[in-house]
Design a protein around this ligand. Structure first.
Ligand code: ADP
Ligand code: GLC
Length: 485
């Protein structure tokens, strides 16, 4: 099976969040499937290249129509394990300081940047002679690929049997643009109807994918249901999703168990496994307290956060509740995003220098150290399509404190009985509920046998990709069969 993955980010090349972890991991797990050949297409952003990977120019170029102009695309390639990674290059669109935005906001030409990328994926695959059986697209940035396949490329014999599968990682971001984008993207007014591309008078890339993809998946079973039946989760797409309910599947993400392995993690002060987690985590905690100039005290509960700073993550509730716990706990927060939240955590740390540390920006090394050192990981998300951080935490024996939503509900179990629990859960990102569960955690922490029982449950969980990868391959086969008919 020839699989083409089209995505706007993939670890280790470019990452703003879990999307990158997932597309990167999928490229590797699909490539290990017998008889699969995998290519991954990414934009060549400014920071790609150098380091461990040096993509080599493919030579030649091709043109992509954008409105009544044409733009040039070149490509470079790097072999990454068993997958080949192709970068679509155009300095005007991608050689910029940020991937999607700057501190001032989203790039104003994101419609052009990602219609260019989506179309260049289809032209690029032809350019290298890779005729995919299935194109697996991810989130709005690649939403036009399924639409192109069924419109502009409908009579293109190269793609006559190519199926498309679209995965929703976060339906809150849809790529909504004015109606003029329709023509820039090369569609005609005939495609501008509510069943196709039109959305409240404009063009919506996510909707385009949901209307045209052969099959749709999202990243957890609970989120698959929430986005169909709860408008506050569906963000306007619930009608279309219900209409396509028999084509929509929730497949839980996994984590890369080689990257996230406390036994071999070189960022940790001391590696550990199930049998040695007490000593290992104590050493990691001591080292992190020292590194961040926090009080070095092994008996204080250390609460960790590694997160995008965004309304989605509910961290404003933590910001309000944390001061009440600063005499009993320590908080280490690593986050990037919303400047208001960053200011809030900076102020909290300044007021409690020995109990609270805040670091802003993306920091891979510090993220690993926090997962290793912390006792609990706080993730009170308002919605969470899947969430990887709670699974990474559990693998590191760090008990997650989550809300019962999306993938958090599907992975964290808490019923008040330590023997059946692997973390803590509240119903909503609500100050009162967070206060109450943190209070419970403070009392339970002293009761070591029960605490360690929960840590063992968390560490024993299966967070690997194999089951989900199989589920994707099954769906790819179904989508491909449908195209043969
Ligand atoms: P989302 O994709 O919504 O941001 P996930 O839980 O699915 O949330 O994935 C987040 C991923 O990004 C995890 O691998 C997490 O460790 C990582 N991450 C988030 N913020 C940072 C940061 N500031 N520095 C390093 N890694 C981060
Ligand atoms: C999105 C979601 C997150 C999910 C990730 C990977 O960023 O917010 O919940 O884990 O995609 O699928």
């Amino acid at each position: 099976m020839k699989i083409l993955i089209a995505a706007s980010e993939a670890f280790p090349f470019c990452k703003t969040g879990g999307l990158a972890d997932v597309t990167g991991a999928l490229a590797q797990v699909f490539a290990r499937t017998p008889d699969a050949e995998v290519v991954l297409f990414l934009p060549r952003y400014r920071n790609v290249g150098g380091g461990a990977f040096s993509p080599k120019a493919c030579g030649g170029s091709f043109l992509i129509p954008v409105g009544n102009r044409v733009e040039t695309a070149t490509m470079s390639r790097v072999q990454w394990g068993k997958a080949a990674v192709y970068f679509i290059e155009n300095p005007k669109y991608f050689d910029r300081p940020g991937m999607y935005r700057t501190a001032a906001g989203d790039y104003e030409d994101n419609d052009e940047r990602f219609l260019f990328f989506s179309r260049a994926v289809l032209e690029g695959a032809k350019f290298i002679g890779f005729k995919p059986d299935v194109i697996h697209c991810h989130d709005w940035q690649t939403g036009l690929v399924p639409a192109y396949l069924r419109t502009l490329y409908r009579i293109d014999s190269f793609y006559a049997k190519t199926a498309s599968v679209f995965t929703i990682h976060n339906i809150a971001y849809q790529g909504m643009f004015p109606k003029e984008t329709l023509l820039k993207a090369g569609f005609t007014w005939l495609d501008f109807t509510p069943e196709k591309l039109e959305y409240y008078g404009g063009v919506n890339y996510m909707k385009a994918a949901l209307a045209y993809a052969d099959l749709i998946t999202t990243v957890s079973p609970t989120y698959a249901s929430e986005i169909q039946y709860r408008p506050e989760f569906g963000h306007g797409m619930e009608g279309l999703l219900k209409h396509r309910t028999s084509d929509l599947f929730g497949i839980l993400n996994g984590i890369d168990e080689e990257i996230w392995d406390p036994a071999t993690d070189t960022f940790l002060e001391r590696g550990y496994e199930l049998k040695s987690f007490q000593r290992g985590k104590a050493a990691c905690k001591k080292a992190l307290q020292k590194e961040l100039d926090l009080e070095e005290n092994k008996d204080l509960i250390l609460a960790g956060v590694v997160s995008r700073l965004d309304h989605q993550k509910g961290l404003d509730t933590l910001l309000r509740v944390a001061p009440e716990f600063a005499d009993k706990m320590q908080f280490v927060v690593l986050g990037s995003g919303d400047p208001g939240l960053a200011d809030g955590f900076t102020a909290l740390a300044a007021a409690n220098p020995k109990r609270v540390a805040f670091r802003s920006g993306m920091d891979e090394a510090l993220a690993h150290k926090i997962y290793g050192a912390a006792d609990i990981f706080v993730m009170p998300s308002r919605f969470e399509p899947c969430g990887l951080s709670q699974m990474i935490s559990m693998r590191y024996g760090t008990l997650p404190v989550v809300t019962r939503t999306g993938g958090l509900k599907d992975t964290v179990f808490y019923n008040g009985e330590p023997k059946d629990s692997n973390g803590f859960a509240i119903d909503h990102a609500d100050e009162g509920q967070l206060r109450s569960v943190l209070g419970h955690i403070v009392s339970l922490y002293g009761w070591r046998e029960n605490w360690n029982l929960m840590v063992r449950n968390a560490m024993r969980g299966d967070y690997a990709w194999h089951k989900s990868a199989e589920a994707y391959i099954k769906l790819f086969n179904i989508a491909i069969q449908r195209r043969q008919l």
